[in-house]
Design a protein around this ligand. Structure first.
Ligand SMILES: O=C(CO)[C@@H](O)[C@H](O)COP(=O)(O)O
Ligand SMILES: [Co+2]
Length: 232
């Protein structure tokens, strides 16, 4: 992995990545500073097109605005049709790690090649109903598998435990693969994700519905540590 910010993010793992979907966009700079001050090691940005998922969030201009506010690694989760067609635009906007849904493309390999050629980290995303077989042929060409524990499209949904078995299966197939989990991750679910092998934990509601982000992050980090499969 040659992208230095992605390298930095992976070295920080296990790490919590706040999903900004539910942040206060009217005070974006203040939100980003708060998360930096609270010791976050990266930010997760959810891009939705209203076609691949039934919701619209934001696109390149917001990624670009956040890039100008921070040096933190930006993990851009594309929930869009034709992700390959937008890879250059998100690279230009400042994405470091670009993940796209296997359900959104017919041919996965050329899109991986496209993202890699732009020197971004590359990740494949699986919705809860998609088997891991969709990503296993590509594990040597990518940097991350993002396992969804909700159907992509909205924050604030309940965690689907089918994700736990997928994390365990992927971890068994490739012990050094970076595994990311996204959807319904909170104090009640983050520990089992860590035990199943997750390295990167995307958290939206469990941070942004709290008035004290720092305290919420500290509690989540403590739970990750308590469930670390490497500690006795
Ligand atoms: O990708 C998505 C939703 O599609 C996520 O990144 C959510 O934004 C996470 O929010 P919570 O489930 O933690 O509320
Ligand atoms: Co996401």
């Amino acid at each position: 992995m040659t992208n230095p910010r992605v390298k930095q993010l992976f070295e920080a793992a296990p790490a919590i990545l706040p999903s900004l979907l539910q942040c206060d966009f009217g005070n974006l700079e203040r939100e980003v500073r708060r998360l930096e001050d609270d010791g976050c090691q990266g930010l997760h940005l959810d891009v939705m097109d209203g076609v691949f998922v039934p919701n619209i969030s934001y696109g390149m201009p917001i990624v670009d605005a956040i890039r100008k506010l921070t040096d933190l690694p930006l993990d851009v989760h594309l929930m869009i049709q034709d992700p390959g067609g937008y890879a250059q635009a998100f690279s230009d906007a400042g994405a470091d790690l670009l993940t796209f849904h296997v359900e959104a493309v017919d041919e996965i390999a050329p899109v991986i090649d496209n993202v890699r050629s732009l020197n971004m980290g590359t990740g494949l995303v699986l919705n809860p109903g998609t088997a891991i077989d969709a990503v296993t042929p590509f594990l040597d060409q990518i940097d991350v598998v993002l396992v969804m524990s909700v159907d992509a499209g909205f924050g604030g949904q309940a965690f689907n435990p089918v994700a736990i078995d997928k994390l365990k299966a992927l971890r068994a197939i490739k012990p050094d693969l970076i595994l990311e989990i996204d959807g319904g991750v909170n104090l009640g679910t983050i520990g089992s994700c860590r035990e199943a092998g997750a390295d990167l934990f995307v958290v939206g509601s469990a941070i942004f519905r709290s008035s004290d982000y720092a305290a919420a992050l500290d509690r989540l980090r403590a739970e990750v540590q308590r469930h670390d499969p490497h500690s006795s």
